[in-house]
Ligand binder design. Structure first.
Ligand code: F0G
Length: 435
């Protein structure tokens, strides 16, 4: 499909051959604009149904020229119907879109497959980003696949270990910055304006286009229906904007006549958008020192704030805040009731749904999709930190006592003794030393 870039404010237009991230005339954000008329006579759903369930299933709607995208088979993530969680939240119709199932474990891969493909098309040799962790992990992997050099700037001491390990193993030049994500982003934006470094933060309009596929997939997974509400954790505010654009397009293309309400969720200590919306401010009300256990969304000056506020207002949604405690409780609840282990930022969507339900922002019968943005294994340290104490038992008898206490008498037959089970002690089981 034909596409070009357009400023979201002054509406100036630019051809796709220009390497720009913001409007050269007024400095505002850019959007990718398509000529949808080309698709009006095509049965898109039929076309899609013949293809693999991944991001490139929707290739007519992606802004690339190449027939050979840089891909790791991203997208096609599960939409999990969460009956047990729903019962506990008093909301029966909850589904979780589990973006941790992506190749590097987060939704960023949907954007990077498009963004890195564009980087190659535009002749770039080096890609760069600032990151709270997932963007760097994803960019490093896609740069490796494409054979491009990769530089990532991350806030020192504030990136989950798994994400850092990913960026390192994929061969990125990892630079730790003494400052938060907002500062790191300012630095990479400056660097990419001076040197030939292709910027792949979500200020890059092409990257966000890949993330629209979350909306298309949810639509297909719900049997060609859109949900009533979509709950998304918000950091730099690109994802909520991209998902909203995807749903609007489904309507524009005549595939549905409805769109969902978008509910963004921010951590209390990093909630610039929630406040900006609440106070109906025309300027972003920044948070100078954002702080939250959900390090992925520890952001005080979201670059896509205008797009995100438009998404929320147009969709008649809102932005709510949740505490760190609520986030960690939601993470444990989702993992222990549904078998889905997501990182703290992702659990903000579950905590957000709980809060939205209790505040009457979501009705009981409404179908809600919570976007779980990244995998829990990226940040195992937080789980261990929150685990009070391990049970450490020395021998078979103690273990037997423990299991009996756990099961309670009603489950046990009288003959089940340690001897009958033939258990050895830990000492008997150990390999004798050679001396
Ligand atoms: N959830 C996770 C797991 C994330 O990593 C991010 C953003 C978000 C939610 C928020 O998405 O920025 O589009 O509003 N992580 C970025 C990074 C900032 O650098 O990895 P957003």
């Amino acid at each position: 499909m034909n596409f070009h870039l357009q400023c979201i404010e002054c509406k100036a237009e630019y051809p796709p051959s220009h390497i720009i991230y913001t409007c050269p005339k007024c400095g505002d954000l850019l959007d990718v604009v398509y000529d949808y008329s080309e698709l009006m006579n095509i049965d898109l759903v039929k076309l899609w149904s013949k293809r693999t369930f991944n991001v490139w299933r929707y290739r007519e709607l992606l802004p690339v020229l190449s027939r050979d995208p840089v891909t790791l088979n991203e997208g096609g993530t599960g939409l999990h119907y969460c009956r047990r969680l729903g019962e506990l939240l008093n909301h029966p119709e909850v589904c979780v879109k589990n973006e941790g199932e992506n190749p590097t474990g987060s939704f960023k891969d949907r954007g990077m497959t498009v963004g890195v493909t564009r980087a190659k098309e535009l002749g770039s040799k080096v890609v760069i980003c600032a990151s709270t962790g997932n963007t760097s992990a994803s960019l490093a992997a896609y740069a490796a696949k494409a054979g491009l050099h990769c530089i990532v700037l991350v806030p020192s001491g504030k990136v989950a270990l798994g994400k850092l390990a990913q960026a390192i193993i994929h061969g990125a030049h990892v630079i730790l910055v003494k400052g938060n994500f907002d500062y790191a982003l300012r630095v990479v934006r400056k660097l990419s304006s001076i040197y030939p470094l292709y910027l792949l933060n979500s200020v890059n309009p092409y990257r966000l286009e890949g993330q629209r596929t979350i909306a298309y997939e949810v639509y297909e997974q719900l049997g060609r229906e859109v949900p009533d509400v979509v709950v998304v954790p918000v950091g730099n505010a690109g994802n909520i904007s991209a998902i909203w654009k995807g749903f609007k397009e489904l309507k524009l293309l005549g595939l549905t006549d409805r769109t969902p309400r978008m509910i963004g969720v921010q951590a209390e200590g990093a909630a610039p958008l929630a406040r900006t919306l609440r106070e109906n401010s025309d300027e972003l009300l920044r948070v100078p020192n954002p702080e939250t256990v959900a390090t992925a969304i520890r952001i005080g000056a979201p670059v896509n704030w205008k797009k995100a506020l438009r998404a929320v207002r147009e969709s008649r949604g809102t932005i709510i805040t949740v505490s760190d405690d609520e986030i960690l409780k939601a993470q444990r609840l989702l993992a222990s009731t549904e078998g889905l282990f997501v990182e703290p930022a992702s659990a903000a969507s579950i905590a957000g749904l709980a809060k939205a339900t209790s505040q009457g922002l979501v009705d009981r019968g409404e179908v809600v999709v919570c976007v779980a943005t990244g995998h829990g294994l990226k940040d195992p340290e937080i789980v261990l930190k929150m685990t009070p104490k391990f049970v450490e038992l020395q021998n078979a008898e103690e273990i037997d006592d423990f299991v009996r206490a756990l099961l309670g008498n009603s489950y046990l037959s009288k003959t089940s003794t340690p001897t009958a089970l033939g258990l050895q002690t830990a000492a008997e089981h150990s390999i004798p030393s050679s001396s």
